[in-house]
Design a protein. Structure first.
Length: 389
């Protein structure tokens, strides 16, 4: 008799991880001296953790600190430093007791979903969206409700979309800046959505992991506008350039503090101690981090100038994060095949839009521009040569 495999084991893949594997294989097969692969498939800054954070890790290791388990919600000093971040950057007073340090934002989402929702609950999000939102919800027995969004709403949800839902959802996920489109809600739009959720008993989950990376539009945190009921997710992976250290955090409403703490105790025990020390030090490395941001700005400018000349002339408003969401329907309606051929013939790894929108993603490709500036400058010329422009 065949053994049962749980339904959660059948969550869809996160296809960008397959692109990473294919790009690694392609790079390993290149002959000596051949042009390298331009890595534009994943949101992983090429810069690494800031120098001050690395030095903090070396000091801790050199002192042979025990670095055992911390409290489930993390080191008190790190939680206090995160609370100070909200005061300094958003003018928001956040009690450190409401902050939970997590194993990256990826560890934060299951904690938030399990505490805020039940099996069968419906959670809305704009499409295109970050795939693990829907995949984690599905694995937990919850139902993602997709709101197809386009350039008319800057690929963001709107109150008009929400008002059409019947029944209303139990939750709503927003991301500003968002992945993959890189677009943002204005502060006024975010407040209006927050007020709509508050009035209707819809739990708002605000993904703010790209805060600090915006280009002209101010990012506002729901910790400042809707702290009583919203859940805020953030991470040290993007602005702080610490993907592999796996440190994120939640800002929780009072009613979810203890439920999330109990879940964290059982599921993760605690975020790695050394990573928490590094994260706390990283928060004081503002000058280096702003230098990283300046390099992303260079790459963004080079791509926005060069990609249209290569045939990629329909690009979402790149308000924040470090992604360009390109409509490639003039070139292909099969972005999976298009991205595979791009890797093979142009040596550029990018991500098919199908990962972010299974219905319409065949027309889109996402380019990440957080790699080396020189690589980003090379990309348009390679694409022009490949496409014969």
């Amino acid at each position: 008799m065949a053994l049962k495999v749980g339904k959660g084991a059948h969550a869809p893949p996160f296809l960008v991880m397959d692109v990473i594997t294919a790009a690694n294989a392609r790079a390993a097969a290149l002959p000596p001296g051949a042009p390298g692969i331009l890595r534009m498939e994943v949101g992983q800054p090429a810069t690494g953790a800031p120098a001050g954070a690395v030095e903090a890790a070396m000091r801790a290791l050199g002192a042979r600190l025990p670095m055992g388990y911390t409290e489930a919600f993390g080191l008190p000093s790190l939680r206090a430093r995160i609370a100070r971040h909200y005061a300094e950057h958003y003018g928001a007073t956040v009690d450190p007791r409401r902050i939970a340090v997590t194993v990256g934002a990826s560890g934060a989402f299951p904690l938030a979903f399990l505490a805020a929702f039940d099996r069968g609950d419906r959670v809305a999000m704009a499409a295109p969206y970050y795939p693990p939102y829907a995949n984690i919800l599905t694995a937990l027995g919850m139902e993602p409700v997709l709101l197809p969004a386009g350039p008319e709403t800057r690929f963001q949800p709107s109150i008009a979309m929400l008002e059409k839902l019947d029944p209303l959802p139990d939750g709503l996920i927003v991301a500003s800046p968002c992945n993959p489109a890189g677009t943002m809600l204005t502060p006024e739009e975010l407040r209006a959505i927050a007020d709509w959720c508050q009035a209707r008993g819809v739990r708002l989950i605000s993904d703010e992991i790209y805060h600090g990376l915006s280009w002209g539009t101010v990012a506002e945190s729901t910790a400042a506008t809707m702290g009583n009921s919203a859940v805020v997710v953030n991470s040290f992976s993007k602005y702080w350039s610490m993907t592999g250290w796996r440190v994120g955090w939640l800002v929780l409403p009072e009613d979810l503090v203890r439920p999330v703490e109990c879940l964290a105790q059982n599921m993760f025990i605690s975020t790695p101690h050394i990573s928490q020390l590094v994260a706390e030090a990283a928060m004081d490395c503002r000058e280096e981090l702003e230098g990283n941001k300046a390099r992303y700005a260079e790459s963004r400018a080079a791509l926005l100038a060069g990609l249209p000349q290569a045939g990629f002339d329909s690009i979402a408003a790149a308000d924040g994060a470090f992604y360009l969401w390109c409509d490639v329907s003039r070139l292909s309606n099969d972005s999976v095949d298009f991205a595979a051929r791009m890797l093979e013939h142009a040596g550029i790894a990018a991500t098919s839009g199908v990962d972010f929108d299974s219905g319409r993603g065949g027309r889109f490709v996402r380019f990440s521009y957080c790699g080396a500036v020189e690589d980003m400058r090379q990309a348009p010329a390679r694409l022009k040569e490949w496409l014969g422009r």
